[in-house]
Ligand binder design. Structure first.
Ligand SMILES: Nc1ncnc2c1ncn2[C@@H]1O[C@H](COP(=O)(O)OP(=O)(O)OP(=O)(O)O)[C@@H](O)[C@H]1O
Ligand SMILES: [Mg+2]
Length: 227
């Protein structure tokens, strides 16, 4: 499998008052196209920090990140935002759906952000979002607002949203953290099929053993370092 994303000696140090927290410490990782990787480790071991760094949401203290061989960690913040919107899909534990938008609008949001000028001219985005929602069993909820949905339904909307711009890398932070076992299973199946059928790289931070063990590879973090 060919490498798509590589972290080279990445570190993250937070400063709180006059103290430092080394959340991630010189981590080297490589991810291939179509690979599904779980990140495990105790609470506070740096899993979320790692995903935020890989997704260029947070900035590195040290090290470099490469995407298809291009160093992306040194891009300007405007270029990073553009890169994120083109190539990265992020799934958060607490969904972060916008409450005033319905499911369809929430899923369309990344397309709107990426191309505000043409968004309103094309109804292909709405069609695509609608088809994704139907595919994950939410046909009856398309025009519902997030407050009218269950946790599993919200997470399915969030997954559709993360796929809207067809990113090559999906980063999922505790995607089953708020869900019961039936919904967890459904989300695990979805993530696995995204990686295998759509050849996307899926990186999942989780405490959920059964979800983690469905991945191709498990990376264990402890105190910000790979075990
Ligand atoms: N914004 C921040 N400011 C200061 N310290 C932070 C910040 N974010 C995370 N940390 C610290 O960095 C360390 C790693 O945090 P992180 O959230 O990555 O852990 P985690 O493995 O995701 O934990 P959990 O399983 O509880 O989600 C922790 O000690 C945490 O307190
Ligand atoms: Mg976390």
């Amino acid at each position: 499998m060919s490498e798509i994303l590589r972290a080279e000696k990445i570190s993250k140090r937070f400063k709180i008052g006059d103290k430092y927290v080394d959340a991630l410490n010189s981590v080297d990782l490589s991810f291939s196209k179509g690979e599904c990787v779980s990140i495990m480790g105790p609470s506070g071991s740096g899993k979320s920090t790692l995903l935020y760094l890989l997704g260029l949401i947070d900035t590195l203290s040290m090290g470099h990140i490469y995407f298809n061989g291009q160093k992306i960690s040194s891009l300007s913040s405007r270029k990073k935002a553009h890169f994120r919107s083109m190539h990265i899909g992020f799934i958060f534990q607490s969904f972060y759906l916008l409450p005033e938008l319905n499911c369809l609008q929430n899923v369309c949001l990344p397309a709107f952000i990426q191309d505000k000028k043409n968004f309103w001219k094309k109804n292909e985005f709405a069609k695509k979002a609608r088809n994704m929602l139907i595919k994950v069993g939410l046909e009856e909820r398309i025009l519902h607002k997030p407050t009218e949905l269950s946790g599993g339904e919200m997470q399915r909307v969030a997954i559709c949203r993360s796929l809207m711009n067809e990113p090559s890398v999906i980063l999922a932070d505790e995607p089953t953290g708020n869900l019961d076992s039936k919904n967890s299973d459904m989300i695990a199946n979805m993530l696995q099929s995204i990686s295998k059928k759509e050849n996307k790289t899926v990186i999942i931070a989780t405490h959920n053993e059964s979800l983690a063990h469905r991945a191709d590879k498990i990376v264990i973090l402890k105190d910000g370092m790979i075990q």
